[in-house]
Design a protein around this ligand. Structure first.
Ligand SMILES: [Zn+2]
Ligand SMILES: [Zn+2]
Length: 350
């Protein structure tokens, strides 16, 4: 008879009902795995959405589920065959573990794996808990200069890095971004780090525009009173942008970015809206614009960590609110109706 160890975790019991509960401890790491004492977890829009609605698209919460997927912590134990990580190492953890076997996994685009197990995507438990056990290959050591909070921010930053990789952002490029929430901000930071020279950012919230400006946007556009496409065309002498990123999911955004795009430009869809979007495809054809989607990220964590470690990107200003793990329920309450200047809410477990 072995006594099951227990630990505390933030559990979504049913929509609108979360609590810090005792759940089974994940135990010792198996081959290729590490056991990590969780130190910082960021609250993501998806966590809040599951909390409020219990589902995102086809993913439905049918049993109590631990929330959280933006995670960093300290390695406590390593399993057999793990090299390159040892107890005491601080790591950022990539939350999706793909199957490795399918066609997209084999091609390297493992973010598209239909069999991925992604933290806090039902029925997979998340990481807002005292401990997690995770594959070592998806646990990336942080440099000494990086905090665990910054480590947790590697998850959203990986989205921005992956989007810029997909778009092929290169030095000198001109970029437009619709939406200055967390994902708009990390896309802005990544685009600048990839060498983008001019970056236009639009939003409908004054505080978000101010943040985008402080993070390095060359021009911000209040979409309530100005047209992003007009501002871009004015500022670029009618040329348009090399790359447009929609980080809003707003129904009008793809059309606006096609209007703002240069000939042979690219429009990248990152933000997911609640409703299907209709686009004038002729606008894409006459410019030979490439329009494509981005889903999460693949192979982006090392680059995200490198860009923060070498000082190209400062993610710390994205954190606007901090809560202790004991107050995680309050943190989620706050996340439902944040202030206009709220960006990332970070939960500290240390
Ligand atoms: Zn996230
Ligand atoms: Zn796969």
């Amino acid at each position: 008879m072995t006594e099951t160890r227990r630990m505390k975790a933030l559990v979504l019991n049913r929509p609108g009902d979360i609590a810090i509960n005792e759940v089974p401890d994940p135990g010792e790491p198996g081959p290729g795995e590490v056991r990590v004492r969780v130190g910082a977890v960021g609250i993501c829009g998806s966590d809040v959405h599951y909390y409020e609605h219990g589902r995102i698209g086809d993913f439905v919460v049918e049993a109590p589920m631990v929330l959280g997927h933006e995670t960093a912590g300290v390695v406590e134990a390593v399993g057999a065959g793990v090299s390159g990580l040892s107890p005491g190492d601080r790591v950022a953890m990539e939350p999706g573990v793909p199957c490795d076997e399918c066609e997209v996994c084999q091609s390297g685009r493992y973010n598209l794996c239909a069999n991925v197990r992604f933290w806090a995507t039902p029925p997979v438990h998340g990481s807002l808990a005292e401990y997690v056990v995770h594959p070592a290959r998806f646990s990336y050591r942080l440099t000494d200069s990086m905090s665990l909070e910054e480590g947790a921010l590697m998850e959203p930053l990986a989205v921005g890095v992956h989007a810029c990789n997909r778009a092929g952002v290169k030095p000198g490029d001109t970029v437009a971004i619709v939406g200055a929430g967390t994902i708009g901000c990390v896309t802005l930071l990544a685009a600048k780090a990839f060498g983008a020279e001019q970056v236009f950012v639009s939003d409908v919230v004054t505080e978000r525009l101010a943040r985008a400006e402080s993070l390095g946007a060359t021009q911000v556009v209040d979409a309530r009173s100005e047209s992003l496409a007009e501002v871009v065309m004015d500022a670029t002498g009618g040329r348009g942008v090399d790359v447009g990123f929609d980080c809003s999911g707003a129904p009008g955004a793809p059309g606006i970015l096609l209007e703002a795009a240069a000939r042979a430009g690219r429009v990248v869809l990152i933000g997911m809206g609640a409703q299907p979007v209709t686009v004038d495809t002729v606008a894409a054809m006459v410019k030979e614009a490439d329009v494509f989607g981005v889903f999460r990220y693949a192979n982006a964590y090392p680059k995200a960590i490198e860009l923060v470690a070498n000082g190209s990107i400062d993610v710390a200003p994205l954190i606007t609110d901090r809560y202790r793990f004991a107050d995680a329920v309050s943190a989620f309450e706050f996340a439902r109706t944040p202030r206009p200047d709220t960006c990332k809410i970070m939960i500290g477990l240390e």
